[in-house]
Ligand binder design. Structure first.
Ligand code: GUN
Length: 292
């Protein structure tokens, strides 16, 4: 039976470390770190994510600014706001919540963010630096997974790590990070995706499986090997008859995988809270870095 990689517990520790540091900053007479978030439109999940980021800021003593645009916002309006945030010395970092409405070119928006304020680590400069093992903002979810592996002393060296999904936010950076030098890293990585044939051939050989698919209960116990480490990044809303009308479901069929795995992340309470904590960590790093 697998042991739990408790993201709630570890994120709590990290948040406490950050909060303590912010208290020291404020006690020394300096201003607190300041994170801004741009939210475009009415996507329910996006609203919930952004609200939780604002809440995290309040909890840790950060200043936050939430900038809302209607679904019909133009690319020009958004680019102007990004320019303002780039120039504002009181803003340490900011994020543009994705996805964006279809009239807006996501790449153009991401490219407009000052890499020094890109606390999501989505700008190609940060992505490139990450891949080249230079100092960079790491995307919050992969950064959270690395931190979880690190704090639980999960061995990654020489292990076969299979990543499912090649998104710019999770799968692709995760595959690069697990193959980087050092710990956590030094893994042999297979990056699988929707065109991979016989996926189970890879997952059954994996020492570490990281699923970022968005397909509820996709990974079954029969698809993994005994003793595998299973990291579930999926968070889908599955309709049920609860008050909310849905529940959160991971990519992993928890029961059958927990029987065989050595370690496993739950959903909720696994990767999700780690992602939130790492965005705060990146903002604190941005606060301390030289911006001009
Ligand atoms: N949409 C889903 N995840 C994320 C994230 O980590 N950052 C941003 N900006 N948008 C997202």
């Amino acid at each position: 039976m697998a042991q739990i990689l408790d993201g709630l517990k570890i994120s709590g520790e990290i948040k406490l470390e950050i909060k303590t540091e912010v208290e020291k900053i404020i006690a020394s007479g300096k201003r607190p770190p300041h994170l801004a978030a741009i939210l475009v439109g009415e996507n329910g999940a996006s609203k919930a994510y952004v609200n939780s980021k604002v809440k995290d800021c309040a909890e840790l003593g950060f200043k936050s600014s939430l900038i809302k645009f209607p679904e019909t916002a133009s690319e020009t309006e958004l680019l102007e706001k990004i320019g303002e945030l780039n120039r504002n010395p009181e803003i340490d970092g900011f994020i543009v919540q994705l996805p964006l409405p279809k009239q807006i070119d996501q790449e153009k928006i991401i490219m407009a963010i000052d890499p020094k304020k890109d606390v999501d680590g989505f700008h190609p400069e940060n992505f490139g630096k990450m891949a080249l093992e230079m100092e960079a903002f790491l995307p919050a979810t992969p950064f959270g997974i690395l931190t979880l592996l690190e704090r639980y002393h999960i061995s990654t060296e020489g292990k076969h790590c299979v990543v499912i999904g090649r998104s710019r936010i999770v799968g692709k950076p995760m595959s690069i990070l697990m193959s980087r030098k050092g710990f956590p890293g030094n893994s042999t990585v297979t990056l699988t995706h929707s065109h991979t044939e016989h996926l189970e051939k890879y997952t059954q050989d994996a020492d570490i499986v990281i699923t970022a698919l968005g397909n509820p209960y996709f990974l079954k116990g029969e698809m993994i090997k005994t003793g595998a480490v299973v990291i579930d990044v999926g968070i889908s809303r599955v309709a049920d008859d609860s008050e909310k009308g849905y529940r959160l479901a991971g990519d992993v069929d928890f029961e059958s995988c927990a029987e065989k795995a050595s370690w496993i992340t739950p959903v909720p309470g696994g990767v999700g809270p780690m992602t939130r904590a790492m965005l705060m960590k990146n903002t604190l790093l941005a606060y301390h870095s030289e911006k001009r």
